[in-house]
Design a protein around this ligand. Structure first.
Ligand code: NAD
Length: 442
């Protein structure tokens, strides 16, 4: 199959490289010439484990190319995937579909024969109808079918998720386009990945419903964590106690500083808006948004409280800036709100992140960046773990304590056992667990 991938960001690049690895011939297009120049020079513009090798292998074998020339990539393609961004629209939180619509227009102009246009971007219900309308407007004679194929990959585990997905959802209105999609995913079907063929609108909504459900699960355990702190219970044990119930499941029950990232915040807001417009508000999801929003600020207050009620003039060391480990993505990372809250309280911020600092610099210009966790902790009045990178899981606590001004560890990911940390003379504050200070510790 010949595939054109429009948009070569996290989703477009991973999907394009994986499709090429299945044996298809893929042209990845992006309108950002710097991104394409980097890819052509063998540099991967994002951090995603394993992606560099996968891209290099498929480029070498002639199945994967990069270009800014959309018409050339689209001409003769069996399938054209739209994988451009759908950020929140300024002002109302609805999905900004301008990139999707612009891509549809360009694709319409470039189509040569029968092609399936596939929306892989996360888009609100009815967007497929609009994509089809735009294409027919610019090319009334085009032989085209528009399909929805939402992507469920997670940054940090994107290649494994793409190649071993829990399911593939295809929203197709006709048999011919459904068959093309089955052919594209055939290598995965052999791996027994379930392919769910639905109507187009159903597929579009499935993606939002999945993200809203996951965000609800996270927010639920976060509220239970707050309750645990008040009543002397342990959220990790509660999570295990409920997660072993097959009807609940253990995943997405890790209490933390609130969800963030490139997808959940914007997608859940877009679902809320869609539901309001449809006259059937999703009140549970609206509450999830509100609870999560207030939580990020509350995390700054938690740090301030751990520091004795004020951080004015104090230095706070932040470990982890990205919204989760194994990505350099800083979009809507909880660290942004937490750091802003601490700076509002008068704190100086030192920070370290293994991969996210380049992306963080323009968003957080007024902080000091350190070269590793120990340099970050130097002179700090408190150390805060915001993202659970593996590099932070086995820190030398004695070495950290020796360079800090005072030994306070606020562990927003519950990476450490309180007893281990307090043995090194730290005051420990976790999420949904009892804070611990070793008697006599300073
Ligand atoms: P991204 O911002 O990393 O990449 C989008 C790319 O599209 C950019 O490089 C941009 O330059 C390019 N682009 C925009 N308009 C274009 C056009 N007309 N022609 C060519 N290129 C164009 O975004 P992303 O994180 O890859 O997300 C893409 C979509 O996939 C979004 O709808 C997102 O919600 C969804 N999604 C993302 C993830 C994820 O983990 N990042 C997971 C599942 C779904």
């Amino acid at each position: 199959m010949k595939i054109a991938m429009i948009g070569s960001g996290y989703v477009g690049l991973v999907s394009g490289a994986c499709f090429a690895d299945f044996g298809h011939v893929v042209a990845c297009v992006d309108k950002d010439p710097d991104k394409i120049a980097a890819l052509e020079a063998g540099r991967i513009p994002i951090f995603e484990p394993g992606l560099d090798t996968l891209v290099a292998d498929n480029v070498r074998q002639g199945r994967l190319t990069f270009s800014t020339n959309l018409p050339q990539a689209v001409a003769g393609a069996d399938a054209v995937f739209i994988a451009v961004g759908t950020p929140s629209r300024r002002g109302d939180g609805f999905a900004d579909l301008s990139y999707v619509h612009a891509a549809a227009r360009e694709i319409g102009q470039a189509l040569t024969g029968y092609a399936v246009v596939v929306t892989k971007s996360t888009v609100p219900v009815g967007t497929g109808d609009e994509v089809e309308r735009i294409i027919r407007e610019v090319r009334p004679e085009a032989e085209v079918a528009v399909v929805s194929n939402p992507e469920f990959l997670r940054e940090g585990a994107a290649i494994a998720d793409f190649k071993r997905p829990d399911r593939i959802v295809i929203g197709a209105e006709g048999a011919r386009e459904a068959e093309v999609m089955r052919e594209i995913y055939r290598p995965l079907y052999l791996n027994q990945a379930p392919i769910l063929v639905t109507g187009r609108r159903t597929a579009e909504l499935t993606k939002y419903a999945a993200n809203a459900f996951l965000a609800t699960k996270i927010t639920f355990i976060n509220e239970i964590a707050d309750l645990c702190e008040q009543v002397g219970a342990n959220v990790q044990e509660v999570a295990r106690g409920i997660g072993l119930d097959n009807r609940i499941g253990a995943k997405f029950l890790h209490a933390g500083p609130g969800y963030g990232g490139s997808c959940f915040p914007k997608d859940i807001l877009a679902l809320v808006k869609t539901a309001q417009d449809a006259g059937t508000p999703v009140r549970l999801v609206e509450t999830v948004v509100a609870v999560n929003e207030s939580r990020k600020r509350a995390m700054a207050r938690k740090v301030i409280q751990a520091c004795g009620g004020s951080v004015r003039g104090k230095t706070i060391a932040i470990l982890g800036l990205t919204f989760k480990p194994n990505t350099d993505d800083m979009r809507d990372a909880p660290s942004l709100a937490i750091i802003a809250g601490l700076q509002d309280g008068g704190a100086r911020i030192r920070a370290y992140d293994p991969e996210g600092m380049d992306q963080a610099r323009p968003l957080l210009p007024d902080i000091t960046y350190a070269e590793d966790a120990y340099a970050c902790a130097e002179g700090a009045d408190a150390l805060v773990i915001v993202t659970e990178w593996n590099a932070f899981r086995a820190l030398d606590l004695a070495r950290l304590g020796a360079v800090m001004a005072s030994r306070i560890l606020v562990d927003l990911r519950n990476v450490y056992r309180p007893e281990t940390v307090t043995r090194h003379g730290f005051h420990y504050v976790g999420i949904g667990v009892q804070g611990l200070t070793e008697p006599g510790a300073g």
